[in-house]
Design a protein around this ligand. Structure first.
Ligand code: GDP
Length: 435
């Protein structure tokens, strides 16, 4: 599909197919080369006059037959029209934002929706695209501005007899209520952000225990694999899994080794940091070397939970694969026996991981905050409200007003209503051309 947005969109459509169809009704048209008049393709054309379009501008869309020569021909024909040029990545969305069709949180929701790899991520992104956090923040901002207006009225008209004395108390009451609601939305354990990134599971253990073999086996499972790619540091291999609709990011820290090379040391440091921040550690041991499967040498991350995965069951004839024990053995929550080579016990391991992800994300349905940016904005809003309330006993109305104003500004930044030039490029950079 080729999409044209802006004041020349109608002219472009007329030049290409000879007419502008009825708004929002599909029409069949022959797309012609402007100079030779030769038919490039037969296309379905759609016309969305402003402001009822995705960008808020006039928009024309051509559904073409998708071949490379067709696309090149159509883009070339368009480029000969005055004022037509190729869109930048994310530019359609950016215009939609600038024309008030989407607020900034909705733009982020759209980016997440496009990037969503699992059902749970898709649902969360769609909720955000539909304004879940944006509408909430706007409501907070509106109430904040009402409270601010009361204080300002009190300041401006304090000498006049008919302005009631008790304007400040209702304003503070509203601020208190708002601070409570914002604090509640922040108290979600970071699950919204985590759902975007996936539950992080680090595979750790002594050398040659079979960590890489295990990761490869997990990654090769057709049902599970989403996209294997090397991690951000060359020392961590990262694999994304879709387990029961929930995103799980597996990290193989096998590459973590000591080095004298300062660049590599930095990589190792980052890899360690990444593993230390994991939600779950699978501590892999070689059953044939260490029958009990101790976590001796477990100098690694103090994750909230770690499981013992005793590998190479195929080398120990007597033990049963998949045998799983729960209980505490030096901090071990769960113990499984597998063979990464033969695949024995893998179903049990996957089932346990799926269960864990499900439990972990169970309460995400209502998560409002999905990005660090949102969290920061809401934290700063809450802090400003706290300072406003702290001024209440002193009766410094100007200071209260100042803090409420800055709280409103923070909320405005969240939805992109105020002063956000600096973050726009960062947000739109992630889109591809045509979005
Ligand atoms: P890592 O250093 O922990 O990543 O270990 P690797 O995955 O590289 O495995 C070390 C060696 O153990 C390799 O030769 C693997 O083929 C072997 N290995 C891994 N898992 C198993 C297993 O379940 N059974 C047997 N017999 N060998 C295994």
């Amino acid at each position: 599909m080729v999409r044209v947005s802006g004041p020349q969109a109608g002219a472009a459509l007329k030049a290409l197919i000879g007419r502008v169809p009825e708004p929002r009704k599909a029409a069949l048209g022959r797309v012609r080369d402007l100079r030779s008049g030769e038919v490039i393709d037969e296309a379905l054309a759609l016309w969305f006059p402003a402001p009822h379009s995705e960008t808020g501008e006039d928009v024309a869309e051509l559904q073409l037959h998708g071949g490379q020569a067709i696309i090149t021909g159509v883009l070339e024909a368009l480029s000969r029209i005055d004022g037509c040029r190729l869109a930048e990545p994310g530019e359609f969305t950016r215009r939609a934002f600038e024309n008030g069709k989407l607020d900034l949180t909705e733009v982020e929701g759209l980016a997440d929706l496009i990037a969503a790899e699992t059902e749970a991520q898709r649902r969360q992104a769609y909720r955000q695209l539909k304004g879940m956090i944006g509408d909430r923040a706007e409501d907070w901002r509106r109430r904040l501005i009402e409270a601010l207006a009361l204080i300002e009225a009190r300041i401006d008209f304090s000498d006049e007899a008919d302005v009631p004395e008790n304007l400040v108390e209702p304003a503070l009451q509203a601020a208190r209520q708002l601070r409570g609601e914002i604090a509640a939305s922040l108290a979600d354990g970071g699950r919204g952000e985590r759902l975007r990134e996936g539950l992080v599971v680090a595979i750790a253990g002594p050398p040659n225990a079979g960590k890489s073999t295990l990761l490869n086996r997990l990654a090769r499972r057709e049902a599970a694999i989403v996209s294997p790619y090397p991690g951000t540091t060359r020392d961590v291999i990262e694999v994304h899994l879709d387990l029961g609709g929930y995103p799980v990011t597996l990290l193989d820290t096998a590459g973590i080794r000591d080095s004298d090379d300062p660049v590599e040391q930095e990589g190792v440091r980052r890899a360690r940091e990444r593993a230390a921040a994991a939600d779950l550690v699978l501590w892999v041991t070689d059953l044939s070397v260490d029958g009990k499967g101790s976590i001796e040498g477990f100098a690694g991350p103090t994750a909230p939970e770690h499981w013992l995965v005793r590998n190479k069951i195929d080398l120990a004839a007597d033990a049963a694969a998949g045998r799983s024990e729960s209980g505490s053995n030096g901090g071990i929550k769960h113990s499984l026996t597998i063979s990464a080579r033969t695949g024995a016990g893998m179903d049990e391991l996957i089932a346990a991981l799926t269960m864990h992800a499900k439990t972990y994300f169970a309460s995400t349905e209502a998560a409002l905050v999905t990005r660090a940016r949102h969290r920061r904005a809401l934290e700063e809003t809450g802090a400003a409200l706290g300072r406003a309330l702290g001024q209440s006993s002193g009766g410094h109305e100007e200071l209260i007003a100042e803090e409420l104003r800055s709280a409103a500004t923070m909320l405005g930044r969240l939805t992109g209503r105020v002063d956000v030039e600096d973050i726009l490029d960062v947000i739109f950079r992630d889109f591809c051309i045509g979005k």
